[in-house]
Design a protein around this ligand. Sequence first.
Ligand SMILES: [Zn+2]
Length: 317
Amino acid sequence: MEFFTNIMWMVDILEVTHEGILKKFEFLKGNLIVGKAGIKGANSEERLPPDQHVPETHILHNLVRGFYKPAGKPYILSYQATESSKNYGKQIIWNDESETEFLHIEMAPPDKENDPSKKSDIAAARYNLNHNIPIGILHKIKKGHNRMLGLGIITSERDDGVFIVEPYSLKDSSLHPLEQLKRLIKNEEINTNFVAEVVQRRGQAIFKKKLLEDSAKCAICGMDEPSLLIASHIKPWKYSSDFERLNKFNGLLLCPNHDKLFDQGLITFTDEGNVIISSFLTPKTKNKLGLTENSWIHLDEAHKKYLLWHRENCFKA
Ligand SMILES: [Zn+2]
C-alpha cells in the first residue's frame, strides 16, 4: 500500500469529523454561500448541525483570518482566499473560473508582525505540506459571499513565505497518486508539457519525502543538509512507469555532486553496493569528488533490478 501513503496518512492523522469536513468541501465545490450561517453557524456560539458528511456539529471556517487551524490541531483545515488587491493581493490563479477550477492558490501567511497566531499558522501549514493533508478552500468574493472551491493540497513553500496550493480530490482514491494528479490538472487549454511538468515536480517532492524518511543523508558521502539533498532516480523518470516513479527502491538520496555523477552515468554500483567508476574520470577528479574504489552504499534487494538497468543503460564504462 505504500503508493497510497498520502491518503493513508490523512486517515491516520485526521479525526473523522475533519475528514468529513474535507469531504463536505469537495461536495460543496462551486456553491456560493451567502452569510456566515452556512459556514460557521448563525452566531458565534452556534455551529453547523451534523449532516451526511460530518457526524457532529462543526464549522467549515472561522472567517476570522485566512488560515483556519482548528484549536489544538497541528494542521490547517481550510483557507479563505481572496482576489482583492487589499492586504495580500490576488491569491487565486484560475484555470477556469466559470467551472470553479483553480490552477493554484498562493496562500499568504498572516503579514502582521505582532499577530499572536502567525507562528502557529505557518507551522500548521508546514505540517499539512509534510503530511500531505488537503485543505478546504473558500473564495471570498465580497463581504459575506464565499464560493466553495473544493479541496487543495499544499505542494511547496516559496522563499517569500507564500504556500502554493494545487487542486486535490478525494475521489478516484484507488488510482495511483500521479494518475490522480494528471486527471486533476488535465484540461484541453493546457498543453501536455505543462501537465507533465507539474506531475513531475509534485512526484519528485513525494519521492524525496519517502527517501528522506529512511535516511536523510547522501548515500555515498553522508552529507546531510536536507535542502541540498537530491532524490535521484536510478532508472530515470522519463523511462519509468508511474509505479516506478514513486517507488523508493528506484531512488538514492545523493548530494549535488554525487547526484550529477550518477545521473550522467559516470558512476554506478554493483548488486553488492560497491561503486564502479567510469574511465572518463581522471584520478584527480575522482580525488576531488571524494570517490575511491572502496566507496560503497547500502542496498536492499529491491534496488537491484533498477541498478541493473542503470548499469546497462546509463553507465559510461
Ligand atoms: Zn555525496
